[in-house]
Ligand binder design. Structure first.
Ligand SMILES: NC(=O)c1ccc[n+]([C@@H]2O[C@H](COP(=O)([O-])OP(=O)(O)OC[C@H]3O[C@@H](n4cnc5c(N)ncnc54)[C@H](O)[C@@H]3O)[C@@H](O)[C@H]2O)c1
Length: 353
């Protein structure tokens, strides 16, 4: 007989993920997830690290993002297809696996489309905790698509940002974001240009989707002392900021070998100085040191953030039961008798017929 404990892998569907997030509470989920991300960034050297494995096409990219801390192994499958929304699909979808390094068995399979939006926002907010001007309460969000509300809520939950200035080239996206965030404690202004959106904002989040070198912000739009959370530029040939902004900023990154390929800094010389965010979190390097300094988090999304998210969901799941039991792993009575298991299955099917 098959041992259910070994063949079964807990699977978190989109439905169960939504229930989990709502049961915990979106803002609490973001704060707790931010805590897991910060914890893992603070032990950065223990992780296996590699730039994600990307398969590019004219339409977009499909990527695999693996890492391990020696005890657990995680990976995420994620796509980025900026024109997908035109035919009703998401720009970004994802799923992922957490596995036990000791025996290689998956311990968790989960949707990660929602989880990616949450972990991206939580990472941005953790970075801003170290980099944004003190007491910042106003954020411009340029690009009001799928990620945008999550960014807003993470900055509110982690930093207390409660004034939003929204801009999107598609005004209906801004209206959607404003309506989704209504009643959640924000003072929201919908703006008619990126220039208008950044006025009075101490934090500027760019989270647009376009497969090109875009110029969402030009140099004249960025005043001294601002923190830029640049989320949308995350692929070769896909950036959001004018190069001159980068030259005026202190640039903070997740994993330099990946960010140099995918981030805003692909526009700069390969040896342009950048600061690794994890070293700011451990106190080895300074984050914001001057109120006039422009800080830039050149976010591309790194595997360790997904690992933290998988770890958080695994811990949260234990008490909730919000998963299905997926018959994912072949588990013959005698481990080497895989073919025998197939024969026994054939015999069983014949009996039924
Ligand atoms: N750094 C990370 O970790 C990370 C994680 C997830 C997604 N992303 C990236 O974030 C971006 C946004 O993702 P999404 O899921 O919200 O995409 P989305 O397609 O749902 O939304 C993007 C929005 O940007 C708007 N836009 C496009 N060009 C613009 C411009 N010039 N000015 C203003 N608005 C503009 C679009 O109208 C759309 O509403 C994507 O590029 C995605 O690859 C990054």
């Amino acid at each position: 007989m098959t041992n259910p404990a070994l063949n079964i892998v807990p699977f978190v569907s989109v439905d169960n993920m939504m229930t989990l997030v709502l049961r915990v509470g979106v803002e609490r989920f973001l704060v707790e997830l931010a805590g897991y991300i910060e914890e893992d960034f603070k032990r950065w050297p223990v992780f296996d690290k590699t730039p994600r494995v990307a398969s590019h096409s004219r339409e977009g990219v499909i990527e695999l993002m693996p890492t391990s801390d020696g005890q657990l192994y995680g990976f995420k499958y994620v796509n980025g297809h900026p024109s997908n929304t035109r035919d009703g699909r998401q720009t970004v979808t994802a799923f992922g696996v957490l596995a036990d390094v000791g025996n290689g068995y998956p311990m968790l399979l989960t949707e990660m489309t929602i989880l990616t939006a949450l972990r991206t926002a939580a990472t941005s907010a953790v970075a801003a905790k170290y980099l944004a001007p003190k007491n910042a309460d106003t954020m411009a969000i340029i690009g009001n698509g799928a990620q945008s509300e999550f960014q807003a809520l993470a900055f509110k939950a982690v930093l207390g940002v409660d004034k939003l200035r929204l801009f999107d080239i598609d005004a209906s996206a801004s209206r959607k974001a404003a309506s989704n965030l209504a009643g959640k404690g924000f003072d929201i202004t919908i703006c008619h240009s990126a220039q208008e959106a950044v006025e009075g904002a101490q934090i500027i989040t760019t989270v647009t989707a376009d497969k090109q070198y875009a110029t969402i912000l030009t140099d004249n739009m960025v005043g001294n002392g601002v923190h830029i959370n640049a989320v949308g530029g995350d692929c070769p040939g896909k950036t959001e900021l004018h190069r001159d902004i980068l030259l005026r900023s202190d640039i903070f990154v997740e994993y330099p070998p990946q960010t140099r390929i995918e981030g805003e800094i692909q526009q700069l010389d390969p040896d342009h100085p950048v600061i690794e965010l994890w070293q700011v979190m451990t106190g080895e390097t300074q984050g914001r040191r001057d109120p006039r300094q422009i800080t830039l988090f050149d976010s591309v999304g790194f595997a360790i953030e997904d690992f933290s998210a998988l770890r958080y969901v695994r811990d949260r799941l234990q008490s909730t039961g919000l998963y299905e039991k997926l018959d994912l792993l072949a588990d013959p009575d005698e481990p080497r008798d895989l073919f025998g298991m197939l024969l026994r299955h054939a015999a069983k099917q014949a009996e039924v017929a």
